[in-house]
Design a protein around this ligand. Structure first.
Ligand SMILES: *Cc1c(COP(=O)(O)O)cnc(C)c1O
Length: 435
């Protein structure tokens, strides 16, 4: 079975693309399109690479759930012992509903509301990643009002260029995230004075879809440097949270393997620990917050060609998925491979350069441009590498019900989210009363 590029869970079998043991044509027949298709084995193998790399160490790999917050995925990772990185009260509720352990939750985000702080304190999350001096003061007040102490890290902005798209680069001085490196020391001093906060760690996250190890190591060096400065003042850092951001292969990117990336980080930390003569118990625990690298290549978006048309010099394939489903191309000009599900049935059509577009009323509504494909109306296409920031970023723009989500496990398909119904989309809206 020839697997596609580097996606072992998705392969041609009898000239039909399969997810593990299930033909995508069967999934389309049973669940309709567009449908998000996830592979359990692909998620588990990503998880086990991280788990192996951290074996025997004090480390916690969290899943950044904004990448894909479906309860089945959270449940699966929780069963394997994953922690979770959340950015809202809604995401907290999802982790708890999926059976996640609150003591393995870290709470990130630049604008936590007081309500969200209360919910997270009541749940007993592991740590708040605090992103501003104001948030320190607000969190201290909220924790005090509940008679609790809030465990905190400060998210420092290491001013490292992650070499990624500007919209997904978060570690530079001029973006909204974190506390500038040169203010971090003062912020920790302030935190130490606040009675309802307990300093646990230090945190950074420099961006997403990073395909080199060097920016991670540069950020780590700055974090370790700060940890030394804090230690000199008697502020003990018990954990280093190094964020997420490890990239995946969409086309020809060659990100470091998960294990190699973690090994490089641990080697640097181990050297630092031994230079300082710290015992294993004194060495900081290491936390990560991976999203894309956990699920990005474990999912695809299954869609059907509705219309083929030609305008001027361009050929368009209008499919039943759109920018509201998969926003990444419109938002970041991201590239996703798009492949036919049953190449043999289209062998009679001529190969042409198509723009793959959705039905949404926006010129930005495209999923792929200039793709060499042999297509007929009614064909199924798979938009690959759509497991991360796909469904979780989707919207109902144009009053389009979002697709179903299914998880394949061997030869079994589990419906893990039902297709939305149009009536649900305006169920909470009200007409005006008569005047
Ligand atoms: C988005 C985000 C992550 C996950 O990023 P990936 O690139 O998907 O690994 C981790 N931590 C924080 C704070 C984030 O905002």
């Amino acid at each position: 079975m020839p697997a596609i590029a580097n996606l072992p869970a998705f392969a041609l079998n009898g000239n039909i693309l399969h997810a593990e043991g299930v033909a995508l044509t069967d999934i389309a027949e049973r669940f309709g399109t567009p449908t998000w298709v996830y592979s359990r084995s692909a998620i588990e193998s990503a998880w086990s690479e991280f788990a192996q790399a951290t074996q025997g160490r004090r480390a916690l790999v969290c899943f950044a759930i904004k990448a894909n917050s479906n309860l089945a995925i959270l449940d699966l990772l929780a069963r394997h012992g994953a922690g979770f990185d959340i950015v809202s009260g809604g995401e907290l509720a999802r982790v708890l509903a999926a059976g996640g352990d609150p003591s393995k939750i870290v709470f990130s985000g630049v604008g936590k509301t007081r309500d969200e702080m209360r919910q997270a304190l009541a749940a007993g999350v592991r740590c708040f990643n605090v992103e501003s001096e104001s948030e320190l003061v607000q969190l201290d007040a909220v924790a005090g009002s509940l008679g609790l102490q809030a465990p905190i890290s400060l998210r420092v902005n290491p001013d490292v260029d992650a070499g990624t798209h500007p919209y997904i680069s978060t570690g530079l001085r001029d973006n909204k995230f974190g506390i500038a490196h040169d203010r971090a020391l003062a912020a920790y001093r302030q935190a130490r004075q606040l009675p309802n906060l307990r300093i646990e760690g230090i945190d950074c996250h420099i961006g997403s879809q990073i395909t080199e190890i060097a920016p991670f190591l540069a950020a780590l060096d700055r974090v370790l440097d700060l940890t030394d400065q804090l230690a000199a003042e008697g502020i003990v850092i018990r954990h280093l949270d190094l964020g997420g951001g490890l990239g995946i292969t969409y086309s020809d990117e060659t990100p470091p393997a998960r294990g190699a990336m973690l090994a490089a980080i641990f080697a640097r930390i181990d050297a630092w620990v031994s230079q300082r003569g710290l015992t294993p118990a004194e060495a900081p625990e290491v936390l990560f917050e991976f999203g894309r690298a956990m699920v990005g290549n474990a999912g695809l978006l299954l869609t059907r060609v509705e219309v083929l048309k030609r305008n001027g010099d361009r050929r368009f394939a209008v499919v039943d998925a759109a920018m509201n489903d998969l926003m990444r191309p419109a938002m970041y000009e991201a590239w996703h491979d798009i492949v036919p599900v049953a190449p043999s049935t289209t062998a009679t059509a001529a190969t042409e350069a198509y723009d793959i577009v959705g039905p949404v009323c926006e010129s930005g509504d495209w999923l792929g441009r200039d793709r060499q494909l042999a297509l007929a109306e009614g064909d199924l296409l798979a938009i690959l590498s759509a497991g991360a920031y796909g469904m979780s970023m989707s919207s109902n723009y144009n009053t389009r019900p979002r697709g179903a989500e299914v998880m394949v496990d061997g030869s079994t398909v589990h419906l893990v989210r039902e297709r939305e119904q149009v009536a649900d989309l305006f169920a909470g809206e009200h007409r005006l009363p008569p005047r």
